[in-house]
Structures are given as structure tokens and as C-alpha cells.
Ligand binder design. Structure first.
Ligand SMILES: [Zn+2]
Length: 313
């Protein structure tokens, strides 16, 4: 299922970092560690009761991994864990050590993957992956490579798409692309590099589908305080997206891009999680990923830390 044929000798210019963060860019965030507290799902449960769609009949798990940056050299303080792709593969090794009941069915990869560095190792990952592009996949070449590596989600030939959705055990998973051309660190749903045009219409339809429980993931998070700044969706994209989320009430959202310790926000009834990178984080914060448990009525998640900076160990 994971076999593909791509050329590996690409010479691709990649950004090595996301730029310095200012204190104001942390506004409104709440650091998260351990198991999250839940959201009331009474409204959603009531909706599920009246829906013809199938409720989750058996609990399952999925992983969320952000910003693997596979092509990056070992980071200062994290040298012992190797380069980017080695730190990414370490996440899957950690998953294998989990007890059977915690094994994930698949992993969502929230962008900034560096597909040319992952490609030679992809067949060593046995877990199904569902990926979205990040700003590091902001050229025709990198976007094309990502599509070629994951044709089951992105399609092929003249039918490629950078956004897609699938249903797993009654839950609708929506993969949105908010990373455009040229490596722009500001997110937007329309770009000459995001194919096909019309993602906003598609997203409105997806979030209004009958499945009562939905999960959305993308690379760049929305700005929650209506302020235009770097590293988040643009102001107008944020406004439109937040309104859509409040109206359609997906259960959980996952984003990467920030390289902060994992943080949780609330958007109406929806939990919005900005996930730490598994490659490096600002202020030498530990690296890791999320394990999400999907129960009959709610989702819980916990972080699995895969590396700690030497000066913080
Ligand atoms: Zn990014």
C-alpha cells in the first residue's frame, strides 16, 4: 500500500526555521501537558442520537505528528536523537512500544515534512499516514513529490488534490491545505499552488456533512484574536474559518507550524490543538507527538515526548 516510485536526487531550497517568535505571538495560549480535560459533548451526543450515521462502535487511537522537518541536520541539544528523519522515525518506534490497546490505527502528519528526505525511508513505516503540506512544501517540486508519495489521498494525474477527507470508524477526518506557494508562513486556503481551486466551498460542505463527529487537521493555525501577524492564517482566512468552526462544531482541530510546546484552545464547542514539533521547538522545548484516544462520546489525548534537550534533561 505504501509503495511508490519517486526520484530522490532533488535539490530543494528549504527554510531551516520558522523565524523568531515575539512574546505577543503567544497571546492567549495555554500550555498543555498530560491528558487534556474534555469538552462537553452533550450537544454532539444528542445530534449523534438523531443521526443516521454510525456512531463509533469501538474505541480506537490515532497519532498526530507535526513538523518532522526530515531534511534537517541534528539540532543543537538534540544531537543524540539524530537528524530530522531519524527523529520522525523515532515517533513510530515509540508507538510500537505502546500496549496493544493504545496502538494507533494511523497517523496524521501536519505539514513541513520535507518529502525528499522522507522518501527513502517511507517503506520502513508500516503505519498508514495521512499528510498535509506545510509551507516547507511550498514549491511545485516539493508539492509534487508529496502528492506522488501519498497518491491514495492526493490522487494522481489530472485529479490531484491537496485537501481530502476520509471516514474511519464513523469519524470524518478532514485534511485541509492552508500552505500556499513560495513558503509563505502566513496561512491561506486559496493559492495558485493549492489544487484544485474551491477549497473553501469544499470545506464548508465537508464540515456540514452528516457525520456527527469530525476532526480537521492542517499546517498553519488560525489567529484567535483577530490580529494579523506572521505564523498564523491571515486575518480574513482566520475570521472565515473560526466562524465556520463555531457554526459546524467539529470535535477537534490539529495544527503544527508554531514549534511551541503543545497548546490547547477552545473555539466554540471545538477543541483546537497546536501540536509541538517532533523535530525541534523554540526555547529548547522537548520534541514529541500526540496520541489521541477516540472513545464512544469523546476524544482524549496525551503527549508522548520523544526527545529532551541536553541542557533540560
Ligand atoms: Zn511551517
Amino acid at each position: 500500500m505504501w509503495q511508490f516510485y519517486v526520484k530522490h536526487n532533488h535539490s530543494v531550497g528549504l527554510h531551516s526555521g520558522e523565524g523568531a517568535m515575539t512574546k505577543s505571538e503567544y497571546l492567549g495560549r495555554r500550555e498543555f501537558m498530560g491528558i487534556a480535560t474534555g469538552t462537553t459533548l452533550a450537544a454532539r451526543a444528542a445530534l449523534a442520537g438523531s443521526s443516521e450515521t454510525i456512531a463509533v462502535s469501538e474505541p480506537f487511537n490515532f497519532a498526530v505528528i507535526a513538523d518532522p522537518h526530515c531534511a534537517e541536520v541534528p539540532k543543537t541539544g538534540l544531537e543524540v536523537y539524530g537528524n530530522g528523519v531519524e527523529k520522525f522515525l523515532r515517533c513510530f518506534e515509540k508507538m510500537k512500544e505502546l500496549p496493544k490497546e493504545e496502538q494507533p490505527d494511523f497517523a496524521l502528519i501536519a505539514g513541513d515534512i520535507h518529502p525528499e528526505a522522507l522518501a527513502p525511508h517511507l517503506d520502513t513505516i508500516t503505519l498508514p499516514l495521512h499528510v498535509v503540506a506545510g509551507n516547507h512544501e511550498g514549491s511545485n517540486e516539493t508539492r509534487g513529490l508529496l502528492r506522488a508519495m501519498f497518491p491514495h489521498d492526493f490522487g494522481s494525474g489530472g485529479a490531484v488534490r491537496d485537501y481530502y477527507a476520509f471516514t474511519h470508524k464513523g469519524i470524518r477526518f478532514i485534511a485541509s491545505c492552508d500552505a500556499g506557494a513560495g513558503g509563505d508562513h502566513i496561512g491561506h486556503f486559496s493559492s495558485e499552488l493549492i489544487a484544485p481551486h474551491g477549497q473553501c466551498d469544499w470545506l464548508e460542505k465537508e464540515l456540514q456533512r452528516p457525520e456527527p463527529r469530525k476532526v480537521l487537521f492542517a499546517h498553519i493555525p488560525p489567529a484567535l484574536d483577530d490580529v494579523e501577524r506572521n505564523m498564523y492564517m491571515g486575518r480574513n482566512d482566520s475570521r472565515w474559518f473560526l466562524e465556520l468552526v463555531r457554526e459546524t462544531k467539529p470535535e477537534m482541530l490539529f495544527f503544527g507550524h508554531l514549534h511551541h510546546p503543545t497548546e490547547e484552545h477552545q473555539i466554540g464547542n471545538t477543541r483546537c490543538i497546536n501540536v509541538r514539533s517532533c523535530c525541534w521547538n523554540f526555547q529548547n522545548a522537548p520534541v514529541g507527538f500526540l496520541l489521541v484516544r477516540v472513545g464512544a462520546e469523546r476524544m482524549e489525548f496525551r503527549e508522548i515526548i520523544t526527545g529532551t534537550c541536553a541542557d533540560k534533561a
